[in-house]
Write a protein that binds this ligand. Structure first.
Ligand SMILES: [Zn+2]
Length: 357
């Protein structure tokens, strides 16, 4: 989803980036259209009229108003036209810039990672995806446990051993089936439910990278209705992300205080982003900082300078230099972690990073 935006090459014509809250349970369509008209009018000075016309047509003719939020990126000259509906609302916002304004989209995606959810039992497994509060079932694998009546003459111990072997085989098959799904679905984390014993056996059959991505495990019945499971998963994910984020903040700030592999505050963090050293960029979505960017070499700064210290080109104004910082982090293979209203991060200047070296 972010790939075409990150690899976009600016042209002479600017990109119109638009985010709208289209949650029809909270506001009327007319209200959204009014906000949109206001934005289009405001954008008319800088933007290509063709882009603005295209966006207006999209909302009057094409958009189905089912999604709670939508992001639109348009630059006809640059061959860019992308519309992304989401089950979560955006704050209404638009930007006309040489490059796409991806920050709200990145924050939304980074605070709603995609999870693979697995339920296991000795007889079957069920697989689900979870993102943005929604659980969807893929189907799973089921085997049949040998019926007791067929083994009438077996001694109890031998029968039990047979069942255990069968169950282990079934859990192994399930682990292999999930591994295929993992390769295809690009989950960030997995959550496994079942009895403690089955979860453990199943986990042992998973490849290392999937084991490392286990967010948490829980006790669950294989036949749990999807609505109950969704409720449970929402709270498991909330708890996991909260403690993961706290751990990241603690780690980054401890490292930064010791002057090791971490930065805090805008100045040091921007430098690290420029140098391609950022592994995890941690920032508060409300924190915005106007700055300058070099159209030639990509140099970024929030200082009041006019000329690029690297290549001597004239710098361009940016209303939010963090959009560029975050795009650059992602382009160089780093990860963005969004953290709203965290006091520790606020004290560190609302932005910090963990470095690769
Ligand atoms: Zn430059």
């Amino acid at each position: 989803m972010l790939e075409p935006l990150l690899s976009y090459v600016p042209t002479k014509s600017p990109v119109v980036s638009l985010y709208l809250n289209t949650d029809m349970t909270k506001r009327l369509k007319e209200e959204v259209m009014l906000v949109l008209k206001g934005f289009l009018k405001e954008a008319a000075e800088e933007a290509n009229p063709e882009d603005l016309g295209k966006i207006e047509d999209f909302f009057s003719l094409e958009y189905d108003w089912q999604a709670k939020g939508v992001a639109v990126f348009s630059c006809t000259e640059g061959g860019l036209w992308l519309t992304y509906p989401f089950p979560q609302p955006f704050k209404d916002e638009f930007q006309v810039l040489p490059e796409p304004y991806i920050r709200p989209l990145v924050h939304l995606l980074s605070s709603h990672e995609r999870y693979g959810i697995i339920l296991v039992s000795r007889e079957q497994a069920r697989f689900f995806s979870f993102q943005m509060g929604k659980l969807e079932e893929f189907g799973g694998v089921s085997g049949t446990i040998p019926g007791k009546h067929k083994q009438g003459g077996w001694a109890q111990a031998r029968y039990q051993r047979h069942i255990d072997e069968h169950a282990a085989q079934q859990l192994k098959n399930a682990a292999e089936a999930f591994t295929k799904l993992w390769d295809k679905e690009k989950f960030s984390y997995v959550i496994i439910g079942g009895t403690e014993e089955n979860v453990k056996t199943f986990t042992d059959f998973l490849p290392g990278p999937i084991q490392e991505a286990i967010a948490t495990t829980f006790t669950a019945d294989i036949m749990v209705p999807i609505s109950d499971l969704e409720e449970e998963v929402v709270s498991l994910v909330e708890r996991f992300e909260k403690s993961r984020n706290e751990e990241i903040v603690r780690q980054i700030l401890t490292e930064a205080a010791k002057g090791r592999k971490a930065t805090s505050g805008l100045d040091d963090t921007l430098n690290a982003v420029r140098e391609g050293r950022v592994n995890i960029l941690l920032l508060d979505p409300e924190f915005k900082a106007p700055g300058k960017k070099c159209p030639n070499c990509g140099y970024m700064s929030f200082q009041k300078i006019e000329i690029c210290p690297v290549c001597s080109s004239a710098l361009e104004e940016r209303p939010d230099i963090l959009n560029d910082a975050l795009a650059e982090t992602l382009r160089k293979g780093g990860k963005v972690v969004t953290l709203s209203g965290n006091q520790e991060l606020a004290k560190a200047g609302y932005i910090a990073s963990l470095l690769r070296y």
